[in-house]
Design a protein around this ligand. Structure first.
Ligand SMILES: [Zn+2]
Length: 457
């Protein structure tokens, strides 16, 4: 079914994720031109909207698709990869022994297929908008177009950027800047993927960016362009920044005019009170990736403290599975054990972060209609969840049903901009066996090149 045709989703239990959240039983939803045009009681819309194609939700929960605030489509080939020599002992070693040799190994075909693997996973598990941060130092030019092509084919919504870094020399830093500049321009001039793709300016992290390169990035980006950068993921980022500039990371980025309402600072784990003040004052977004933080052993950001200080925090997955309720559950548990306090990170704070803040962050890039909630006029990005509550389910206690009852595998149908991408667990835009087979074909080459780039112990 195309995006232009009117479609009536009926026999649904709607979760609106509005403010306040509403749970509407026996409801129907009218979609036209990729947007939600009307919602109302089932019987009423069925009797009035007789011309529309009908999609029976069979009593399932119909809710806005999940949003991922920070991910890496390029990371798929890391699955099952053996790191040669001794195991990395800290995050800087993980970068040097895993991620930097791995991203060097990617050709543009690897980039495309790696993205497809992640996009398929996202459709299957109900993630409809993803904010990606890309690196492929030996295939920079055109890499964002390769990813955009994969996103368009999948039918999802995404924000793309290329992470500029000095770690591979001046020429590649310049190529990264040019890739961002060019793709941002393309998104301004063209309606890429019918408006489902937006661009921002990517920066790797303060610790791999010189003063000159930061300035070059700022100068290459128009004033209204935001940036997407890793910030204080490990103490090493702060130590490096102090050595380079006598400033902490967020102060340094502020000095280079990188912060702002369109900028995303991923992680912000090791920031101090002054940096938090700067993030809040500038309206810079922070994203939290608990599974990645636990895996890398880098600590846990004081998410609730950041939010109380006025920083807007969203939830990302940093390349982990595109199943955002897994990220919810990890955040819910991590902050309790990290702080030895079971009151930390309650379900309503999670909703503020993963639902409302992620929706507002997506709205920074997709400005033509609301996203992440079911209201007339909003983008029709929806999922059906086959969940059978065994206790009373209300709009108020829904977060705890998600945390203790929902599984991402309960998503049966995924719709983006009014187009059905998966129906009753059958993928309609991508062929899983073909993509998996192609990935398995490419992986040995990626892994072989990877081993040649890993520095000796
Ligand atoms: Zn990341």
């Amino acid at each position: 079914m195309g995006r232009d045709k009117a479609m009536l989703i009926h026999n649904a239990r709607l979760v609106t994720w509005g403010e306040p959240n509403r749970l509407l039983e026996d409801h129907a939803l009218m979609i036209e031109g990729g947007k939600i045009v009307e919602l109302g009681p089932d019987s009423e819309l069925l009797s009035r909207r007789t011309q529309a194609d009908k999609l029976d939700a069979r009593g399932q929960i119909v809710m806005p698709g999940n949003i991922c605030a920070h991910t890496h489509f390029y990371s798929a080939f890391a699955r099952g990869l053996a790191i040669p020599g001794r195991a990395p002992r800290d995050f800087p070693e993980i970068l040097r022994k895993l991620w930097w040799p791995l991203d060097k190994s990617l050709t543009s075909e690897d980039v495309r297929v790696s993205a497809q693997v992640c996009l398929l996973d996202a459709i299957r598990h109900g993630t409809t908008t993803l904010i990606d941060h890309h690196a492929s130092p030996n295939a920079i030019e055109g890499s964002l177009d390769a990813i955009a092509g994969a996103v368009d084919e999948a039918g999802l919504r995404a924000v793309l950027c290329y992470e500029v870094t000095d770690r591979d020399g001046e020429q590649k830093a310049r190529a990264g800047i040019e890739e961002n500049r060019r793709f941002i321009e393309r998104c301004k001039n063209e309606n890429v993927a019918e408006g489902r793709i937006a661009a921002t300016f990517g920066l790797h992290a303060s610790l791999t960016l010189s003063e000159e390169t930061l300035d070059a990035c700022r100068n290459a980006a128009a004033q209204d362009t935001g940036f997407h950068i890793h910030v204080a993921e490990h103490e090493a980022d702060e130590e490096d920044s102090l050595a380079k500039s006598q400033m902490r990371v967020v102060e340094r980025l502020h000095e280079h005019d990188i912060l702002g309402k369109r900028t995303i600072a991923a992680h912000a784990i090791h920031v101090d009170p002054h940096e938090i003040e700067l993030l809040a004052e500038s309206g810079t977004w922070v994203t939290h990736q608990p599974r990645s933080n636990m895996n890398n052993g880098v600590g846990a950001a004081d998410v609730e403290g950041l939010m109380r200080a006025g920083v807007r925090v969203g939830l990302g997955n940093d390349g982990f599975s595109n199943a955002m309720w897994e990220e919810w559950k990890t955040a819910y548990l991590l902050h309790k054990v990290w702080n030895r306090d079971p009151r930390r990170m309650p379900g309503d704070v999670l909703v503020e972060m993963a639902v409302r803040n992620n929706a507002d962050l997506a709205g920074v890039f997709f400005t033509d209609a609301p996203i992440g909630q079911i209201v007339p006029g909003a983008h029709a990005d929806l999922i059906f969840v086959d969940y059978h509550a065994i206790t009373p389910l209300t709009a108020g206690n829904l977060p705890w049903h998600i945390l203790f009852g929902f599984r991402d595998s309960m998503v049966t149908t995924t719709i983006v901009a009014g187009k059905i991408l998966m129906k009753d667990r059958k993928l309609l835009t991508l062929d899983e066996s073909v993509i998996a087979a192609r990935a398995r074909e490419l992986a040995p080459g990626v892994w072989q090149r990877y081993r040649s780039y890993v520095p000796p112990d």
